[in-house]
Design a protein around this ligand. Structure first.
Ligand SMILES: Cc1ncc(C[n+]2csc(CCO)c2C)c(N)n1
Length: 223
């Protein structure tokens, strides 16, 4: 499954942080089923708070978009986040006795604040490309993780549902579309040789910073 050209270049430029993100001990614990349930729930509650702010960042992408196609793609992501992705978190936590009131009243972890506000600032101080560069590690990293874990996980891991969500055709299609949106947005603004643009280094850096923030996000699940 290809997530596009810019992603491939930024992913390579972000080594070894990309591997630290996609092969983090937390991810390995999902794969082999050894991740303690309490750690998973800590992660899910923080991730719920993360997704609230992440939805706001995709809403900012609607504002920063350059045409109706870009607006449609970003507003569809806002809709998916608010009406599907977040309800999975609520259901799983509620089955474990954590109600939505408890979730929204949990203080945001520092790394959670750092990550989401970094993404928001990329969009507020920069343009559509700055914002997309900061949004992509999150979207595409989970696609890559999902595919690998679906292939390599132990058959009876209790995290099979989580893995199947991200390995599934719906999510993989969303990743391919996000990668295509990124490539097309870059082509419209920077032309056919974007690597030669003076902006390329900064965009690559934004992708790498968001990747490091993903590593830190897994760490907070293990606290
Ligand atoms: C820390 C963190 N990083 C990535 C994701 C995955 N994710 C975030 S938004 C979205 C839908 C499309 O943008 C998906 C799959 C997450 N949940 N939490």
């Amino acid at each position: 499954m290809s997530y596009g050209q810019a992603f491939e270049l930024w992913r390579q430029a972000s080594q070894p942080d990309w591997d630290a993100y996609t092969h983090h001990p937390f991810v390995e614990g999902l794969r082999d089923g050894t991740l303690p349930r309490a750690d998973f729930l800590t992660y899910l509650v923080q991730d719920y708070l993360f997704l609230i702010n992440f939805s706001r960042a995709w809403a900012l992408a609607v504002v920063k978009a350059g045409d109706l196609d870009e607006m449609r793609a970003c507003s569809a992501t806002v809709h998916t986040l608010l009406d599907h992705e977040m309800s999975l978190h609520v259901q799983t936590c509620s089955a474990a006795g954590i109600d939505i009131e408890a979730m929204v009243n949990t203080p945001e972890a520092m790394t959670n604040i750092a990550y989401t506000r970094y993404v928001m600032d990329a969009g507020l101080s920069g343009d559509f490309l700055d914002l997309l560069a900061a949004l992509m590690p999150c979207v595409l990293g989970y696609g890559e993780i999902g595919l690998r874990l679906a292939r390599d996980c132990v058959p009876d891991t209790p995290y099979r549902e989580w893995i199947d969500t991200y390995a599934g055709a719906d999510y993989q299609t969303a990743c391919a579309e996000a990668g295509a949106l990124l490539d097309s947005a870059i082509r419209k603004r920077l032309g056919n040789q974007p690597e030669a643009s003076p902006r390329w280094a900064m965009l690559t850096k934004r992708f790498a910073t968001a990747t490091r923030l993903e590593v830190a996000f897994w760490d907070l699940g293990r606290a």
